[in-house]
Design a protein around this ligand. Sequence first.
Ligand code: SF4
Length: 246
Amino acid sequence: MSRAALTDAVAAVQDYVRYLQRLGVTDLPVTLAPPVRASTPAPPVLPSASAASIQVSSTPTEPTVRLAQLAAAVRDCRNCRLHARRTQVVFGTGDPTATLVFVGEAPGHDEDVQGEPFVGQAGQLLTRIIAAIGLTREQVYMLNVVKCRPPQNRNPQPDEVAACRPILQEQLACLQPRVICALGALAAQTLLQTEEKISRLRGRFHMLGAIQVMPTYHPAFLLRNPQYKRAVWEDMQRIQAVLGLR
Ligand code: SF4
């Protein structure tokens, strides 16, 4: 490798580490891994259930490749009790280079069966909300805080959220969106590390490192409480403006 290429590689790693630090990752492995060959990608190492942060490869691999590696690595994850009754891990879907990422709470029944987030009735409403700001599902990325369906669609418990958090952090580190739309209280509170109510968080952007986070109501909540659709539309218009979509 030439000196210039080496300098670029080191700079890329440094940028990536700084980005992870801004996301709240405080514990990174210091061992430099050998370069990854495209034909034999090495998956990121998953942390144990009790780990407070995620381990990441220090090799400057393409974010899209890293995301695919991560998806493969967590396919059989058993870091929390939710693995026992899931059909499959619902990792996320969409464009890995999207500027806008939607973060929900946890998979429901339809998502668990189909392996894709936001495919039920609430998902259809979210699709219409996305269309209203001039985008399609394929142009954004969607994921949940917790990747496995909680039994009877109960709320994920704090230890389950903590167990899955390193996966979420690594996903966001790969995606590096400009804007995250946090759908519902759990997503907003997990991302922003606050216990503030969603009604107080929504309506304005919050910074997560370099990412602008707009909390708003979850589409499942909107199905039960349609009077809040106007508030969500106002939040979506703020996202639309920041991304220059109008
Ligand atoms: Fe692993 Fe997350 Fe599923 Fe728990 S919810 S088993 S941490 S992928």
